[in-house]
Design a protein around this ligand. Structure first.
Ligand code: 5CA
Length: 190
């Protein structure tokens, strides 16, 4: 496993007792849509790892990592309420890189340069297995949502801007494949 970014992710998971199976894709997968197509899985099974920042008086920013189903978009007001940070905003690409040690398109859920608060979208629990970036835009790994939550110490909270219509309740493992996912392809959060 030559890429040091991927190695950091695998080693961080291993420290928590989880053996990641990293899959290296033949093409870059900067977005959730790219990753779903490359893997032949539902868009909802792709974990978007999105970095937000809460300003700290005189002390820069505190990062907050949101793990979001590929079909969902983060509602910033909901996120602000969940984390108790009214001024939270999306990180710039540079902030995301400086705060996590990874570049957008490959930002993983674990292995970050600094400790980070993590909020997880409950819709990821609709699937038996989800796929997250493993440190680069070509590396991904499959993981059960419960394992992802344990690995990241995530708080589960509804932070998406609209529920998926027509699917069974979030958290049911047998929901994979049954929800008519409407992919939102507009905006930077798709
Ligand atoms: N490799 C894929 C699938 S795992 C991936 O990393 N997807 S992602 O959703 O976690 O990361 C890409 C997301 O980064 C984009 O959907 C977008 O929401 C965000 N992004 C892209 N450019 C910027 C930018 N300049 N500033 C902040 N966020 C950005």
């Amino acid at each position: 496993m030559p890429d040091p970014a991927v190695r950091r992710v695998v080693e961080a998971a291993a420290r928590k007792g989880v053996d990641l199976r990293v899959v290296l894709l033949g093409a870059t997968t900067h977005t959730a849509e790219d990753a779903a197509l490359a893997l032949g899985v539902e868009l909802g099974q792709i974990v978007k790892s999105l970095v937000f920042v809460a300003p700290r008086d005189g002390a820069g920013h505190e990062p907050v990592l949101c793990l979001v189903s590929g079909v969902n978009r983060v509602d910033i007001a909901r996120l602000a309420a969940v984390v108790g940070e009214p001024a939270i905003r999306r990180a710039t690409a540079r902030e995301a890189r400086d705060l996590t040690g990874f570049t957008i398109g490959g930002i993983p859920p674990v292995g970050h340069a600094h400790a980070v608060r993590v909020v997880m979208d409950p819709d990821l629990g609709r699937h038996r297995e989800v796929w997250a970036a493993a440190g680069t835009d070509r590396a991904v790994f499959p993981v059960a949502p419960a394992t992802l939550r344990a690995l990241t110490n995530a708080v589960m909270a509804p932070i998406a801007d609209e529920p998926i219509a027509g699917g069974p309740p979030a958290g049911t493992a047998d929901a994979a494949g049954s929800a008519p996912h409407a992919a939102s392809s507009s905006g930077p959060d798709s």
